[in-house]
Design a protein around this ligand. Structure first.
Ligand SMILES: Nc1ncnc2c1ncn2[C@@H]1O[C@H](COP(=O)(O)OP(=O)(O)O)[C@@H](O)[C@H]1O
Ligand SMILES: [Mg+2]
Length: 180
């Protein structure tokens, strides 16, 4: 328990916080500790870079932060929600509303166009905002590719699509894995 963390911290508190988080993977007899007792917090407007060699646990840590994975020990907070204490359904809801994720492998939906991929976070929340989607496509320089499919894009264009998709719903936290 960390007495310094209070759910009441509200809007001025950290956007996200990891507290003594450990994540391990079991492969047969072998246990791989991907993240060991990691703690950090991110304040509004702050950019935090997680740096380290391949295999040191960066993607695992970011997945925990984004709520796509759960830790074995420790706590993960996004705003004033303790992700390790709420139902999976609430984690999904919070991720939809407050978090934008750019995965290392982009994870675009192959049968949706660029425009549809970027619209997805809004659509999943029952919203439409063609103006916002158009603005973001312009900002990442992909207006001319809006009706193309991911397989027709270069790697950089796919990543820019993923960037636009991660920002479209104005998340309070953006988690970006190996973005260049
Ligand atoms: N699903 C998994 N099953 C078993 N081991 C995993 C799994 N995901 C990651 N690992 C292991 O955890 C460690 C950290 O991986 P990862 O977080 O992807 O590192 P990074 O992003 O820093 O390159 C690596 O040794 C990797 O092999
Ligand atoms: Mg990685």
């Amino acid at each position: 328990m960390h007495p310094s963390i209070h759910p009441e911290e509200g809007k001025n508190g950290p956007v996200a916080r990891l507290i003594n988080v450990t994540k391990q993977y079991q492969r047969g007899d072998e246990v791989v500790v991907a993240v060991r007792e990691l703690s950090f917090s991110i304040n509004p407007g702050e950019i935090l870079a997680v740096v380290g060699p391949s295999g040191c646990g960066k993607s695992t840590a970011l997945g925990l932060l984004a709520g796509v994975d759960r830790p074995d020990r420790g706590e993960v907070w996004v705003g004033n929600t303790n992700l390790t204490r709420v139902d999976e359904r609430d984690v999904v809801q919070l991720r939809r509303r407050k978090v934008g994720v750019i995965f290392q492998a982009f994870h675009l939906i192959e049968h949706l166009t660029v425009r549809e991929n970027v619209s997805l976070p809004l659509a999943l929340d029952g919203r439409r905002d063609p103006q916002r989607v158009g603005d973001l496509l312009a900002r990442v320089g992909l207006s001319h590719r809006a009706n193309h499919f991911p397989s027709e894009l270069s790697g950089g264009e796919q990543q820019r699509t993923a960037v636009a998709r991660a920002l479209v719903h104005r998340p309070t936290l953006v988690v970006a894995d190996e973005i260049s």
